[in-house]
Unconditional design. Structure first.
Ligand code: GSH
Length: 237
């Protein structure tokens, strides 16, 4: 029988990877449908912004990662990934918001010069640098309880943060020669712990091979041999 849930997207997307990891962590049966983001009417009918991931459910289609995670938590069995305690649950959302707006969305504006055959203007590079300083300090102020961001149990905040930090780390090491993970007390050890999870291994193996092909497709393969990538390789050895 076909699984009830079908996840549309592909492995180069950190957002797709967050949802995929959540489904794996919850032991949900699902099917992957490999598609790119698109502005074609038939795709927009399912994903109003034309973005991936999109989850196809028995009730209909759902896009936007945070909404998808909520749907998964509310409809699927498996380990609870939203804390029951309202304060902790809100804290998880707070962390997700900060990472989404002040880390992920910021580094995304640098993708043209890092993952595509484009250039980043000095103004953009500087504006993102300033925002990342604020975000990094903010995360430092959380003093997360560890080993996970909300304490003893893995939560959606960890999955969201892990895939956003992975991509952010590549971009900041490349563009600024700096590591957000190393700057924030506890974050590097947390990231290493997350990297060891079975879900992370599966998802990141597919990401790594998809990224190689993506860089070639976008004529940014030169970046692979670029000295600046060494910052990433060395810091994460
Ligand atoms: N806010 C969306 C962001 C998803 C997103 O930006 N996905 C990227 C791939 S990582 C995408 O579809 N980009 C294509 C586009 O922006 O047109 C979410 O939470 O799911």
């Amino acid at each position: 029988m076909m699984p009830a849930l079908r996840l549309h997207g592909y492995a180069v997307s950190n957002y797709f990877n967050i949802v995929r990891a959540a489904l794996i962590e919850k032991n949900v049966e699902f099917e992957i449908v490999t598609v790119r983001a698109s502005q074609q009417p038939d795709f927009l009918a399912h994903s109003p912004m034309g973005k991936i991931p999109v989850l196809e459910t028995p009730q209909g289609w759902m896009s936007e990662t945070v909404a998808i995670l909520e749907y998964i938590e509310d409809t699927q069995d498996g380990p609870c990934l939203h804390p029951v305690d309202p304060y902790l649950r809100a804290r998880g959302r707070q962390i997700i918001n900060i990472i989404q707006m002040y880390v992920e969305a910021q580094v995304r504006t640098l993708y043209p010069g890092v993952f595509m055959d484009g250039k980043n203007s000095p103004e953009t590079v500087e504006a993102v640098r300033r925002m990342l300083i604020r975000a990094s300090s903010a995360l430092g102020r959380f003093g997360a309880p560890w080993p996970f961001l909300l304490g003893k149990e893995l939560s959606y905040a960890d999955l969201f943060a892990y895939y956003c930090f992975d991509i952010a780390e590549r971009v900041t090491c490349f563009e600024y020669g700096r590591s957000l993970l190393a700057e924030t007390e506890g974050l590097k050890a947390w990231f290493a712990l997350m990297s060891k999870r079975a879900s992370s291994r599966v998802v990141m193996a597919d990401f790594d091979s998809a990224l190689g092909s993506y860089l070639i497709e976008k004529n940014a393969a030169y970046n692979l041999g670029n000295e600046k990538w060494k910052n990433y390789a060395q810091r994460n050895a």
